[in-house]
Design a binder for this molecule. Structure first.
Ligand SMILES: [Cu+2]
Length: 168
């Protein structure tokens, strides 16, 4: 009798160990799957370079920023949105020569970057416009921008602030 009970207990214990081990393996499998899926399609597909923000002047609550986006992925992408806690609004602006030689700028809906190509916001041309600065931004500061891409997702870049173009 006692032997039968011991045997039953041993079988039950082995069964519980088996289930626990299977669950654990399954969990690890899920984790690996999730990490494997998340890595390659995000962030790694775009590279930001030559980034800088112009220091704001006096109490002005507006300034501009510039950077180059390299699409190192194998699919075309688009920059859709820019956000920062340093300003109420961060927009992409296109600059063009208007009537009478006046420079004009207008908001862009998005910026396309073909696979393997790059696109730039440059001093004197298209730029990022920050309006409603929370506080003046000074040379030497670093401001985080969150760039939202159609495919690469959200990419956070720390952009240095300078008085004049460090990449002429
Ligand atoms: Cu502008």
């Amino acid at each position: 009798m006692a032997t039968m009970e011991l045997l039953a207990n041993a079988i039950r214990a082995a069964y519980v160990r088996f289930v626990m081990r299977s669950l654990f393996t399954f969990l690890i499998f899920l984790l690996a799957l999730g990490v494997g899926n998340a890595r390659p399609s995000f962030a790694a597909d775009v590279e930001i370079s030559k980034a800088w923000l112009r220091a704001s002047i006096g109490q002005s609550n507006v300034t501009a920023g510039y950077f180059t986006i390299q699409n190192i992925g194998d699919q075309d992408d688009r920059l859709l949105k820019i956000q920062t806690s340093a300003a109420v609004k961060a927009e992409m602006h296109a600059t063009s020569m208007g009537e009478g030689g006046m420079m004009r700028m207008r908001p862009m809906d998005d910026l396309a970057i073909s696979a393997g190509e790059s696109a730039s916001f440059r001093a004197g041309g298209d730029h990022i416009m920050l309006t409603g600065l929370v506080a003046p931004i000074k040379a030497g500061d670093s401001i985080d921008l969150t760039l939202t891409f159609e495919h690469a997702g959200d990419v956070v870049v720390a952009i240095p602030v300078a008085r004049r173009n460090p990449f002429p």
